[in-house]
Design a protein around this ligand. Structure first.
Ligand code: FES
Length: 105
């Protein structure tokens, strides 16, 4: 399934991901720069992305842990998510996110 990612330079990438992969893993494994310091443990906030508003309602709501991390991020917006906490599934084919400040590698 496809994942659209706008990187820190404003360039859009269309990446292929598999069911069950974390959005952060797809971004990292395709070589698009993302810090993701804790490796997906919901403990760092450096995999922060802005989700295209057309997709926000289709995501599983954030856990309490994710909300706590997002609360610590100054640039957090209503469409902010931690990309390590979004698991791809077929319904999310075409999901679009933008890498947020603070997630630079
Ligand atoms: Fe650390 Fe997502 S990689 S919170």
């Amino acid at each position: 399934m496809r994942l659209k990612v706008v990187d820190h330079a404003g360039v859009e990438h269309v990446l292929e991901g598999l069911d069950g992969w974390r959005v952060m893993e797809v971004i990292r494994d395709w070589g698009v720069g993302i810090k993701a310091e804790c490796g997906g443990a919901c403990a760092c906030g450096s995999c922060h992305v802005y989700v295209d508003p057309a997709w926000t309602d289709q995501l599983v709501p954030p856990s309490d842990e994710e909300v706590e991390q997002l609360d610590l991020i100054y640039e957090s917006e209503p469409n902010s998510r931690l990309s390590c906490q979004i698991l791809l599934r077929p319904e999310l084919d075409g999901l679009a996110v933008t890498l947020a400040p603070g997630s630079e590698p």
